[in-house]
Design a protein around this ligand. Structure first.
Ligand code: FUL
Ligand code: CA
Length: 481
């Protein structure tokens, strides 16, 4: 036994003395939790808005809709999820209850649900079906449960908060696993409210007592990621146009979001360089004008090119895209929407098919501890787990990739190794055209992924200069397309 310790001790001493073994940079806090990291890696999720609004043509149901109008004629939740999967989506978030209060599952806490619709003689359950389809096609399943409820008689008083929590308990014990829970901040005031038909206002910061509610859900689903304007898991991006900030910090200080001052959309959009918490922005946007299906918007479905542009301003700016695709009155993803989705997938695939930097020769300004475990080759090995980094005191550096021959360049894709925190504050991209370097792009933050257009320049080498970083840069990949 003793000799074992002696040998182990000797090994430790020996490895510490080895000049080639330099420890990795210390994490620059805050860093993503495991569930946040997994969320970054998903990149594309589908949002599904479906309720009585689909049948009334409204966007915000008043809460007095009869459950009998919910009656899809050719419903197929598998078709939704399979369509999303073919388009490259990794998760689905379903509006289990929107502001109108109608529940897509047969909740025992209300009569305002599918159990009182004629659809499937009241035996239908959309939440169950979507969850099962997600299991079948290996997508993650998420839920949206509107806090604002224009149907419920108790809305605005304490018993409603109990009702809301009971429903969460019901959802999380009946269905799952659930990767993300969406808390919508909207509250328009007026509604049916059990027949009172009046305006009710709540004290947003205190009424729901969110910390109690979140703890309740966490007990049932420890890995859950909470979305709301202010997190705590993921934050709103500050608009519904599909556009994250060109500067996009995954960090933000939650307190600043509740200060009651205007302009928080801008803060949500960019995050804060020195934010105390890792709360990345999620980009929610609809493939249509509205969040719910309306036949008159069949001509307004975003084109593959528009979706691709949104991909660039969301995933390409270090966010995850949550694209809403609302089923129609048949209960299916409409042909127009699925055609756009497939066109979008084809565009992404063809654009990012051929990484001309892959395994090419890389020269960098310096390597951490001159240790080849952090070498420039790690930038072009196609492996997001390996990275190039520098000594601690160095906060800039250059990466020069020789492409071997002159060719047309359309995009560059950069990835930080965010497991060690978000660091880069500024960078430029140059191309070598006829033996002369010219700047072709520049940016601020990188984060999980940053994609920049290179506008078809013909060049035989590319140089990325990290001009400023909060700490030594840690870059996992550089791809050129
Ligand atoms: C908003 C809601 O009011 C919309 O109806 C939609 O659900 C969107 C995702 O969030 O706050
Ligand atoms: Ca790598």
């Amino acid at each position: 036994m003793k000799s074992f310790y002696v040998i182990a001790f000797a090994l430790v001493v020996f490895s510490n003395c080895n000049p080639k073994e330099t420890p990795p940079p210390a994490p620059l806090l805050p860093i993503p939790a495991a569930n946040q990291l997994a969320w970054h890696q998903m990149e594309l999720n589908a949002f599904v808005h479906f309720t009585t609004n689909t049948f009334t043509g409204k966007e915000w149901g008043y809460g007095d809709e009869s459950p009998t109008i919910f009656n899809p004629t050719n419903y197929d939740a598998d078709q939704w999820v399979l369509t999303f999967k073919e388009a490259g989506f990794k998760g689905v978030i379903l509006t289990c209850k929107h502001h109108d209060g109608f529940c897509l599952w047969p909740s025992k806490y209300t009569e305002h649900s599918v159990k009182n619709s004629v659809w499937k003689e009241g035996k239908g359950d959309v939440v169950r079906d979507v969850m099962r389809a997600c299991k079948k096609y290996e997508l993650k399943f998420g839920v949206y449960l509107s806090p604002w409820d224009r149907n419920h008689a108790d809305y605005g008083t304490a018993p409603y908060v109990d009702y809301y929590r009971n429903q969460l308990n019901e959802l999380f014990t009946t269905y799952g696993p659930v990767f993300e829970m969406w808390f919508d901040g909207a509250n328009g005031g007026d509604g049916y409210y059990g027949g009172k038909r009046e305006k009710r206002s709540i004290q947003g910061s205190t009424y729901y007592d969110w910390s109690t509610t979140l703890n309740l859900v966490r007990e049932l689903e420890p890995e859950i990621l909470f979305f709301s304007d202010a997190g705590p898991g993921v934050r709103w991006v500050g608009n519904e146009r599909g556009v994250a900030g060109e500067t996009n910090w995954n960090t933000i200080t939650p307190d600043t979001l509740y200060a009651g001052k205007g302009g928080i959309e801008q803060l949500l959009n960019t995050g804060a360089e020195n934010g105390t918490h890792w709360i990345p922005a999620e980009v929610d946007v609809s493939i249509r004008k509205g969040w719910f299906y309306h036949a008159e918007e069949d001509t307004l479905v975003k084109t593959p090119q528009q979706l691709f542009d949104i991909y660039l301003t969301s995933v390409g700016r270090g966010s995850t895209l949550l694209l809403n695709i609302p089923p129609d009155r048949r209960g299916r993803v409409h042909e127009k929407d699925s055609a756009s989705l497939m066109g979008f997938r084809a565009l992404v695939d063809s654009t990012f098919k051929n990484n001309v930097a892959l395994n090419k020769s890389v020269q960098i300004s310096s390597i951490r501890g001159k240790d080849k475990r952090y070498s420039g080759a790690n930038l072009v090995d196609g492996n997001p787990e390996t990275y190039w980094t520098t000594d601690d005191e160095i906060t800039s550096g250059t990466i020069e990739i020789d492409l071997g021959k002159s060719q047309q360049l359309n995009f560059i894709e950069l990835q930080e190794y965010i497991q060690l925190g978000q660091r880069v504050k500024g960078f430029t991209v140059e191309a070598r055209v006829n033996n002369a370097w010219q700047q072709i792009a520049a940016g601020t933050t990188i984060g999980y992924k940053r994609i920049l257009k290179l506008n078809g320049v013909n060049a035989d080498a590319v140089r990325v200069s990290i001009t400023d970083s909060k700490a030594c840069p840690v870059i996992a990949e550089v791809g050129v397309y």
